[in-house]
Design a protein around this ligand. Structure first.
Ligand SMILES: [Cu+2]
Length: 169
């Protein structure tokens, strides 16, 4: 009895070996299916980002000690994305005011900072937290046509030159 025991296991071993063929084919087919679905996902992501890029302008804004730079002075009204990069060396914030004044002539308090609650301007966006040196953040805003000023309003930064006009058409 004991000597016969290996026989069934040898048979099942042979059966496993025989199954390896179809099993391998199944694995190959699943790999092909995964690749095909990844390609499909890649295509749909690319299509979506292409349409998103064409629909919402994305302004690459650079802040540094002590200026604000943008690639364009005018942007189309509606949803606008700002990718704000901080070239340092200090931390900076990012505010957007709707204002008809010149960028360096916004109403300020006695501390020289822009008076954010002045009724002569309207704050439409505030990053809240700072953007760290060498950091970058993307902000989404909805801007109606008009004149705007981009500002960093940390103490001393506005007066030092951190303001930039942006026209929305
Ligand atoms: Cu600043």
């Amino acid at each position: 009895m004991l000597e016969e025991a290996p026989a069934p296991s040898a048979t099942s071993g042979a059966q496993e070996a025989r199954r390896a063929g179809p099993a391998t084919a199944t694995v190959v087919l699943s790999v092909i299916a995964v690749i095909a679905s990844l390609v499909a996902i890649g295509i749909s992501i690319r299509a979506r980002s292409a349409s998103a890029t064409s629909a919402v302008p994305n302004l690459g804004v650079i802040e540094k000690d002590f200026s604000i730079l943008a690639p364009v002075a005018t942007v189309k009204g509606g949803l606008v994305d700002f990718t704000v990069s901080n070239a340092g060396p200090s931390g900076h914030e990012f505010l957007v005011f709707r204002a008809s004044q010149a960028p360096d002539a916004l109403p300020t308090g006695t501390d020289g900072r822009v008076d954010e609650s002045s009724d002569q301007i309207t704050k439409v966006f505030d990053s809240g937290a700072n953007i760290d040196p060498n950091g970058s953040k993307v902000f989404h805003a909805a801007l109606t046509p008009g004149a705007y000023v981009l500002v960093c309003n940390l103490p001393g930064h506005y007066k030092a030159g951190m303001h930039l006009a942006l026209s929305v058409k």
